[in-house]
Design a protein around this ligand. Sequence first.
Ligand SMILES: [Zn+2]
Length: 114
Amino acid sequence: MHELSIAMEIMDVVEKEAVGHGARRVKVIHLRIGDLSGVLIESLSFCFETIRGEKDLTKDAQLIIDRVPVRILCRPCESEFAGDGFLVRCPSCEGLDTELLQGDELSIAEIEVD
Ligand SMILES: [Zn+2]
């Protein structure tokens, strides 16, 4: 049920934004979700579909999700590489002093309204 609470939180933010801008309806919600965010995108989409009809403002809203791949920086040698976790070894120098550049985001990138 993790994704349901996330979907509800997103809806809350979207509604406040839309109402604040005097919108009559929300057309599209763009999300950025990192591969390390722990969010199951299919499950989130399903929860979103389930709750969007509760309000006229959001009943026709489409959810567009941009998946953000994991990018990691190696501090000592400054090379950047793709990864699938927090603890990874640099492929160039085999160091472990790395930093996550992107991949843990869960944010609303854009809301299109009428
Ligand atoms: Zn390195």
